[in-house]
Design a protein around this ligand. Structure first.
Ligand SMILES: C[S@@+](CC[C@H](N)C(=O)[O-])C[C@H]1O[C@@H](n2cnc3c(N)ncnc32)[C@H](O)[C@@H]1O
Length: 187
């Protein structure tokens, strides 16, 4: 069976993240991935979740409270500044997820951008465990989406294959710029 995009993103994450690990949600939005990761790492694990919009942090917090999840640090800051929010220099991250684009039902002009996304990817790669994954769901149909998609692809295509596997997964016969996945595994 072929997994749909969001289903496959979760499948990759739950098969590479272990209980009790610390993981990153780089774009928490309405909190769907944050909640998912919070369950995957379990109550002794930690999710560090970022968004630049107060509205997204509020929405994610509400979702976590409704589900009695207490293992998440919600950070109102750009994922480009991720390093300063890590608990220590020695931290080993179990995995990370990005959902690029704008907040669903929110302000469509606030979007993720290539430069900050790439800075965050490179920071996470430094702290990622061996075998760990960064899963990036790339939405690119909105204004500014194509530029970010091209910048991210150009960057990850150049990651040295000795150290990283880089996968692209998507449906090529769908209309209207369907989202696709880039998954980076540290070898
Ligand atoms: C597609 S949404 C994420 C959806 C989310 N995963 C969910 O389950 O609802 C993208 C989010 O990225 C946020 N964002 C944009 N630029 C950002 C940045 N530099 N750092 C962190 N978040 C950012 C937006 O505010 C928006 O909420």
């Amino acid at each position: 069976m072929l997994h749909g995009i969001l289903h496959y993103a979760h499948y990759l994450l739950e098969n590479s993240i272990e209980k009790n690990e610390t993981v990153i949600d780089a774009t928490c939005g309405n909190g769907n991935d944050t909640l998912f990761l919070s369950k995957v790492v379990g109550e002794n694990g930690r999710v560090i979740a970022f968004d630049i919009q107060q509205e997204a942090i509020r929405s994610t917090k509400q979702k976590l409270v409704e589900n009695n999840r207490e293992n998440v640090d919600l950070i109102l800051d750009s994922h480009a500044n991720l390093k300063k929010h890590l608990p220590s220099e020695e931290i080993l991250l179990g995995g990370a997820v990005f959902n690029l684009g704008y907040l669903p039902k929110g302000n469509k002009s606030v979007i993720t951008k290539g430069t900050s996304t790439i800075t965050a990817i490179d920071t996470i790669l430094k702290y990622l465990k061996r075998g760990g994954l960064i899963v990036i769901v790339i939405y690119h149909g909105h204004e500014g989406g194509k530029e970010e998609k091209e910048a991210v692809i150009k960057h990850v295509m150049r990651l040295n294959q000795r150290w990283y596997h880089v996968l692209q997964y998507g449906f090529i016969n769908q209309k209207n710029n369907p989202p696709f996945i880039i998954a980076i595994q540290k070898r």
